[in-house]
Design a protein around this ligand. Structure first.
Ligand code: HEM
Length: 156
């Protein structure tokens, strides 16, 4: 795997994954603002695009981590390797990421199944609104907590 472009020990794929996780955050906030103004079509298109892009990045990341022998092996050259700081961020970030993946799969599958095309609010929208808000917050949490994992794992 070629070197990354962010000037750390992380390789190209890890740099692409962290960048996509961060770029997704403003897109999600925009999608949220659109849906609150009744722009359901824009919201659907953006959420599906983010789902595909992020899903591919996460899949590539998981396969790559296996090749590298896991996150603890991949970050073993960090000065923070084995410390509570790095390990704590790894566990917090993993908790956000795993729960986000589960919630997103349920929200996207449910939305595609229950909302009409073109999308508009329906009787059972409440469940989507609450699960969707949870999914948005978990995605923001996964994006933000990826920064300390990357920094303590690959930059120091
Ligand atoms: C993981 C993907 C998705 C997330 C995280 C998400 C999130 C949200 C959130 C947070 C809201 C409520 C906004 C608010 O009142 O605060 C919402 C509303 C809505 N979403 Fe999604 N959404 C997703 C995918 C989709 C898809 C794929 C569709 C269409 C097929 C869709 C259609 C709608 C509609 C129609 C509403 C309005 C519901 C209402 O106001 O009663 N969403 N979504």
């Amino acid at each position: 795997m070629p070197d990354g472009f962010l000037g750390t020990r992380a390789d190209l794929l890890l740099d692409l994954v962290i960048l996509s996780l961060l770029l997704v955050v403003p897109v999600l906030l925009y999608s949220w603002s659109r849906v609150r103004r009744g722009n359901y079509g824009v919201h659907k298109a953006l959420q599906l695009a983010v789902f595909v892009v992020l899903g591919s990045a996460v899949l590539a990341f998981e396969l790559h981590m296996r090749q590298l022998g896991g996150i603890f092996e991949a970050t073993k050259e960090s000065t923070y390797a084995g410390t509570a700081v790095l390990n704590g961020w790894i566990y917090v970030h993993t908790a956000f990421s795993v729960s986000m993946a589960l919630v997103w799969i349920i929200v996207v599958a449910g939305a595609l199944y229950f909302f009409p095309n073109p999308p508009r609010p329906i009787k059972g929208s409440r469940a989507h609104r609450w699960m969707g808000r949870l999914g948005m917050l978990l995605a923001l949490g996964a994006g933000v907590t990826a920064i300390p994992v990357y920094a303590y794992g690959f930059a120091y």
